[in-house]
Design a protein around this ligand. Structure first.
Ligand code: GDG
Length: 497
């Protein structure tokens, strides 16, 4: 075991996530510094981490040598080292080319490689070992996302004193698809090490419970699952284990829809510099009547091609024209060494090039396409500048962009077109919901948005804003940690069935 195991166990609250919430940046004098990556997760957990003795275990983001633990913005960082090969096999391979496409309903073909699985197991063990060595007696450990599904099981075996939570940020697929995974039993057993397994949608939680029943035959009822304490008893045949007098623990699998720091977004949108920038963006585009906007990581789950196809057809049919309507598409670079992503980028850029070639004029582009990341203030300015926000994911755990767009529209204006296949659609019913596969439906909805009356726009946006402002990310983490507190095996003794 690594030298870290000799460290004193000192933290009462430990977050385990693939990435640390910091990026390495180069300062003006050429020196390396850390900058907090402003994600919702950090915002939600920062107060929790500072209230108790907390630490965050994660990969610092580039394959490099060992880094000592350090503190940044009051958060204790515990960096986990990944080698070049770990990045290739565990991260780009098993996480992003096996699990990601499988969990997103095989929109792209998942690749199954035994070497990738071996690396996934090894790296999960490494993350778990760190948690085992730094978590204080009786601590709470919150593990995040599909890269680390084996960690709860490893922790349960080694440290039954811990209270263990897991949250899956992406969908959990129907059993018919999940069953493809050669290591489906190990993954499910790994997750069942947690006291609470959180999902984005209730459908994800029921897909998971069904997988548990099909693979193990454990008893489930509503959001509860009864799991043998002793994994060697898993295969006891016949009726559910709890009825055969085996010691069981209760696991809760339910949905906790994630959100954003709504107030922080609303505040950014009030800044004079951001408002001025939004105005500037409209002017730079020649003040078209309608600006449509897409903001996505460049990922095949986001339905960027479907969106472009619909938009291109509207131009071809003359239902919209480049003088009155502009589409801005921000596609931030993502997973650029994975083959599927390289191919997708080529397809998207070819399509944008064609549309602009066919319909653009000297003064007006049909599609303004940008393949870079932007500071958050620029994103908010784009949201404010746009009349119609396009979220056309083919499958998406939640989709925070939809919530951010709503949070910043204090003017109660702007229209959200939202795919039914996002977690966000479960809650944001006042959006214009679409099926992105139905290109005619998407086209008609775009036209409907362009023509929508001010009264209807306001009515819808007001209702959306109520939802997003009320249910922010702080509520999300409170709800999860509250459930975890109530369903801890460690805290309730051996039996909580
Ligand atoms: C996963 C799940 C789930 C994007 N480009 C830039 C930028 N962004 C920000 C957005 C938003 C975030 O990144 C993207 O979040 P999403 O939720 O839309 O999508 P994923 O990255 O796929 O996230 C998803 C989420 O986890 C949380 O659980 O909702 O379903 O797939 O905040 O604003 N931010 C900046 N510049 C960019 O260029 N600053």
């Amino acid at each position: 075991v690594a030298s870290t195991s000799q460290k004193t166990a000192e933290f009462d609250f430990v977050v385990v996530a693939n990435r640390l919430p910091v990026d390495s940046v180069t300062g003006p004098d050429g020196s390396q510094m850390w900058r907090l990556s402003p994600g919702g997760l950090v915002t939600a957990l920062e107060p929790v981490m500072q209230g108790v003795d907390g630490a965050w275990i994660g990969w610092p983001g580039s394959a490099n040598g060992d880094l000592e633990p350090f503190e940044h913005d009051g958060i204790k960082m515990e960096p986990v080292t990944l080698s070049e090969l770990d990045v290739e096999y565990y991260y780009e391979g098993f996480s992003n080319d096996t699990l990601w496409p499988l969990y997103h309903d095989v929109i792209a073909q998942p690749t199954y490689h035994r070497e990738w699985w071996d690396a996934y197991r090894e790296v999960n063990q490494r993350f778990a070992d760190r948690a085992i060595s730094i978590a204080a007696e009786g601590a709470t450990v919150w593990v995040h996302d599909y890269q680390l599904q084996l960690v709860p099981g490893i922790l349960r075996e080694a440290r039954p004193d811990l209270t263990i939570g897991f949250f899956n940020h992406i969908p959990f697929p129907a059993y018919g698809l999940f069953a493809q995974l050669p290591w489906r039993k190990q993954i499910v057993r790994g997750l069942l090490g947690a006291d609470v397994i959180g999902f984005q949608r209730s459908a994800d939680a029921s897909n998971f419970s069904r997988a548990v029943r099909r693979l193990f035959g454990f008893e489930t009822k509503g959001t509860r699952i009864w799991v043998p304490h002793d994994a060697s008893q898993d295969d006891v045949a016949g009726s559910p284990p709890s009825r055969k007098g085996l010691p069981v623990r209760r696991v809760v699998a339910r949905h906790f829809p994630i959100s954003i720091d709504s107030a922080a977004y609303a505040r950014l949108a009030e800044k004079p510099s951001v408002i001025a920038r939004a105005k500037q963006i409209r002017e730079d585009l020649g003040n078209p009547k309608t600006i449509m906007l897409g903001v996505d990581r460049l990922d095949y789950t986001k339905g960027i091609r479907h969106r472009l196809k619909a938009y291109g057809e509207l131009l071809r049919e003359g239902r919209i024209d480049v003088e009155s309507t502009t589409l801005i598409q921000v596609a931030s670079p993502s997973r650029e060494r994975v083959g599927t992503y390289i191919a997708l980028r080529d397809q998207i850029e070819r399509t944008v090039g064609r549309i602009n070639g066919d319909y653009g004029t000297i003064g007006h582009s049909a599609v303004v396409y940008m393949h870079h990341g932007y500071p958050r203030e620029e994103m908010v300015a784009l949201y404010l500048a746009s009349d119609v926000m396009l979220v056309t994911s083919l499958r998406d755990g939640m989709n925070l962009v939809a919530k951010e767009y709503v949070a910043v529209r204090a003017d109660n204006d702007g229209i959200l077109i939202l795919s039914e296949f996002t977690g966000a659609a479960d809650d944001l019913k006042q959006a214009l919901l679409i099926n992105p596969h139905d290109i005619d439906g998407v086209k008609n909805t775009m036209i409907r948005a362009i023509e929508m009356s001010t009264a209807e726009r306001r009515r819808r946006m007001r209702a959306l804003r109520r939802r997003v402002l009320e249910n922010d990310v702080a509520k999300w983490s409170e709800a999860f940690l509250d459930e975890l507190e109530h369903n801890s095996t460690a805290r309730s003794g051996s039996e909580n069935g």
